[in-house]
Write a protein of this length. Structure first.
Length: 443
């Protein structure tokens, strides 16, 4: 005899079975491909730079390499409509761009694996820029691939498995690099060759994404409007995707873009100084690999799966609000940790809370962005949304090292919690006035 509790458990288990469907499983590997480059040009690279003796202010400014992600909407229309000679005929529009972008990432990582930032910082920056451009281009094509692979009801589940692959890549690009470098280094001091070996392994690891793109089926193609001349083509490619969004939401578009722009600002700004913080607090590479990049990422996966199911159950905007609250609170915990010195147990608890909240927030946020996208312009519009998320955040993050030098880590972490507070008001306004109509929120 079924009891209400048993029935409820069955219902929840049924929701979780969505993760075993093929579109979700495929996103696991493509999410891995998307997640691998990010830390290699930001967080993990900052660890390498700090160990090489690069000062915190310079490390902070070098995070502006990540601003490339904030401007990917500029060339996203080309990814939406432009064909790559030979590749597009062989693999289709989305997969050809994926493979092309992955080739750029591999080339940039190979370049980084031949350099020592202590003596060749500028060439290292140029290689990191190439990796960032390839990674941003891959994101454009991959987001369109994901959106076109399933209907809106399944986007939260796709986002969760995407995040799973993404976070597994972060383990490898974070803990994996530190583990490889620690095992390869000779002596106890700085060893550039050890880092170079680790980055060479990362270049080879992009092969997972290449293989997945080669073996995946191209999403069902939709008919693109035919341009009569160059002027029409330019309008349809560069203007129409943005005009459609503005026309659909009118003045509310400003509110939506403002919400997108500041939703992850707390996490992005804080994250830039996380690895320099670990170094300055005396944590070893093995400790950071085990806790921050290993155990912590597992907690992010838990958060992503929980966030995906909660979004299906309670609606995107409610979980978006919850994720914003948890992100601000977790940054306050880092401020507490800054007063503890080298406290491994404290690091475990703080990292657990931070990554769990990040996973919940990310799953809801990706579902929110996907719901805003018109499938006719999926690559361009999603690139616009995700770029808006990074533009202000990355710009502010560039000054994070200067702030820490002047005011210390504790004040910095408190500050990152405070700057995330206005997003709560924007989410409340969006919910209260039903500006964005998303299934589950309207039920």
């Amino acid at each position: 005899m079924n009891t209400p509790v048993f029935t409820a458990v069955q219902s929840w288990l049924k929701d979780f079975r969505v993760y075993l469907e093929w579109p979700c499983l495929r996103m696991l590997f493509l999410g891995y491909s998307a997640g691998l480059p990010l830390l290699l040009i930001l967080g993990t690279l900052s660890f390498w730079l700090r160990e090489a003796g690069i000062d915190r202010s310079t490390i902070g400014y070098l995070t502006w390499v990540g601003l490339i992600y904030a401007f990917k909407w500029v060339w996203a229309p080309l990814v939406d409509r432009l064909q790559i000679p030979v590749l597009t005929k062989l693999f289709g529009r989305r997969r050809s761009w994926l493979i092309f972008a992955q080739a750029l990432i591999i080339l940039g990582l190979l370049g980084m694996s031949t350099l020592d930032p202590k003596v060749a910082l500028n060439p290292m920056v140029w290689c990191a820029l190439l990796v960032a451009f390839g990674s941003a281009t891959q994101d454009i094509a991959l987001d369109a691939f994901r959106i076109e692979s399933a209907n809106s009801d399944h986007q939260a589940a796709l986002a969760a498995t995407y995040q799973t692959g993404y976070r597994l890549a972060l383990i490898w690009a974070g803990a994996g690099v530190l583990w490889l470098a620690a095992r390869a280094e000779i002596g106890s001091g700085y060893d550039a060759a050890a880092w170079q070996f680790a980055y060479l392994c990362m270049a080879a690891s992009i092969g997972v994404g290449v293989l997945t793109a080669l073996l995946s089926a191209e999403p069902a193609a939709y008919a693109l409007p035919q341009a009569c001349n160059a002027k029409d083509w330019l309008y349809q490619t560069l203007i129409e995707p943005f005009a459609e969004f503005i026309t659909r939401y009118r003045w509310h578009a400003v509110l939506i873009l403002a919400l997108i722009a500041i939703y992850r600002i707390s996490d992005v700004v804080m994250g830039i100084m996380a690895n320099p913080f670990y170094v300055d607090m005396g944590y070893t590479k093995n400790e950071v690999a085990a806790v921050s990049k290993g155990f912590g990422v597992v907690m992010t996966l838990v958060g992503a799966f929980v966030g995906g199911v909660l979004t299906l159950r309670f609606g995107v905007l409610r979980i978006l609000f919850l994720g914003a609250v948890l992100s601000a609170v977790s940054n306050v915990l880092f401020a507490w940790l800054a007063n503890q010195g080298h406290d491994l147990q404290g690091l475990i608890w703080v990292i657990s809370a931070d990554n769990l909240s990040s996973g919940i927030a990310s799953a809801a946020f990706i579902a929110f962005l996907s719901a805003l996208t018109n499938i006719r312009y999926s690559a361009t519009q999603y690139a616009l949304f995700s770029s808006m998320m990074l533009l202000l955040s990355k710009w502010l993050a560039g000054f994070s090292g200067v702030f820490v030098d002047h005011f210390g880590y504790q004040a910095f972490f408190y500050g990152t919690a405070v700057i995330g507070a206005p997003v709560l008001l924007l989410i409340w306004v969006t919910m209260h006035f039903k500006i964005v109509q998303i299934k589950k929120e309207d039920e």
